[in-house]
Structures are given as C-alpha cells and as structure tokens.
Write a protein that binds this ligand. Sequence first.
Ligand SMILES: [Zn+2]
Length: 335
Amino acid sequence: MKNIAKRFVYTRNRTGRTLFSVCLIFFVMLRFENFTVEAADEMVSAIAIEADGKVLTYVGDSVEFENVVNSVETYFSKIEEGEKLVSVEFNRPLEAKEVMISAGEVKSEVEALGAIVRNMKGTTPLLMVTVVKEVAKNEEIPYGVEYRNNKELYKGIQKVKRKGQNGVRYVEGTILYVNGAKESSEIMQEEILQEPITEIVEEGTKSTSIGTGTLIVPTNGGYVSSGFGTRDGQMHKGIDIARPNTYTIVAADTGRVTFAGTDGGYGKKVIIDHGNGIETVYAHLASFTVKKGQVIEQGKRIGVMGKTGWATGVHLHFEVYSNGVLKNPTHYIKL
Ligand SMILES: [Zn+2]
C-alpha cells in the first residue's frame, strides 16, 4: 500500500517536471525562431564557391571553402576493397569569391558539399572530375530473368519457377569514372568463378472472365434467416444465412478476390469479382483464408462463418451485384 502511494507521488512530480520542460523548450524554440528570421535577412560577408564563373553554393569563410574543396575530392576518390586510386583530375578548379549575401543563404560545409555533388551528378555539371582506379577483385554478375507463359495460371498471376542467383567473376583492369559514373574500363584479366543462374518466372495466360455464370450456395446448408429488401424502413442489401451444418464459407463462383479485410459493420468481409459482371460479397466472417488479387475456384473455401461487425448471432451476410447493381441473392441461389 505504501509503495503504491509513493509511486503515485513520484509520477505526479515527474508529470509536473515534464510539463515545465515542454513549456521551456517551446519558449526557447519561439525565441530561436524569431532570432533566425531576423538573422536570415541580415547581410553578411561570405565565400561564393564558383566553377567556370558560376556560383555553386556559399560558405562562411575561406577555411570552410578549403574544407569543402577537399571533401569534394575525397567524395569522388573513395575506393573499395580490391581497388587502387591511380589519378584524380578536375577539369577546372573550384574558386572562392568574397561576397555579401543574406545570412540565410550561407550553407554548412555538409550542405555545400551536397550542393556541389548534386550539380556534378546532374545533367549540366559545372565541374568534371575524372578518376582512374585500378581494380583486382571479385564482382557480382547479376542474374537475368526469363518469362514463360503458363496457360494453367490466370492472367496477372506470376510464379517464380526457379529462383535466380548472382554469379561471381574476378576482374583485373583499369576503370575510368567521370563525376562518379563509370565511363569506360579496360579489363586486363577476367575469369568467371561462378555463372549466374537465370530466374524463370511463369506468367499466367488463362482468361480472367472466369465465372461459370451459375452461383452455388456459399454455405454448407442453413436457411435464410433474414431476406433481401426493406425491413422496418431499412434496406437489407443481401440475405442472411444461419444455422449451417458446418461454418465453412465457399466461393459462390470462380473469380478474383477484390477485397479481403475488415469493413465497419460488415466485419470481416470478402468480395469476389467473377469477371462476367457478377460480384459476390461475404460478410461477418470469423476469418478469411483468401487475399486480394487471388483467383479462387467455385466451391473452394474462402473463410469461416462468424459474427464480426454488426451481427447479433453467427450468420453469413451474402450480397450479389450484377454490373454494379444490387440484386436479390435468392434469384441466383436456392437454399
Ligand atoms: Zn445481413
């Protein structure tokens, strides 16, 4: 008892402190914001970093300028294991020019490096760096993908028949990069250590207009506990089927699942598009065993009858649409 009381007091204290801290941070942020807004408008002396007489970005002073120049060189001369740097050549130097600009335009060293790299990797670079590397290393050979038709699979369905695997090759030679992109290479020696394995993907060609046109009862027996149409001024968009022999729910016809999820008062719900204008809806399911996009055959299990959503007892709420128009399901199935 004493312990609980202590903890309560502690919690209250902590809440008070947190509240105070939040207020303090908020106050400081407000002050800081005012300060930076004022400072951004202020004119300051800075260094414009230029190439070919055009401004790339701005930094605060000449020390920062030197650092940025060095980091541009470092950025483009990075080497990996098995690589050796031979040469790094810029087509022109980065130049520093003293300027007066608004304080907000002055970048940090990292931001300035980013701006220069973006320009160099862009379509109209102001600066070109040519890097030559010698390599002697193992390289991955990416695998290719081969597509084959499968008339047993429905259109839009893909199945990986054989998984692809990258190969490995040993290469020795010289590679030339311009602004970070490989421009050319001179391979002195190359040896395939492991051939890549082509991935084989089967693509379905079977038509998706697949419904038989005849619906079967989606439950294992049962009776219509509530009919289609207006009851007590409320529209009942389907029929309710209750007291079946087992709770298994099956697809009324072959089709593609267009929805399998939870939908408000419907609870767990599945919609199947039979590809011939007919759509069927199964609601209040305890669970479903299909997923969106899946093609399901007539009579195959899609879920279990339940009472999720607005349902007082276990039953299936079943709706039928024909070309988007709601229909009375009893005109399609006989229970
Ligand atoms: Zn209903």
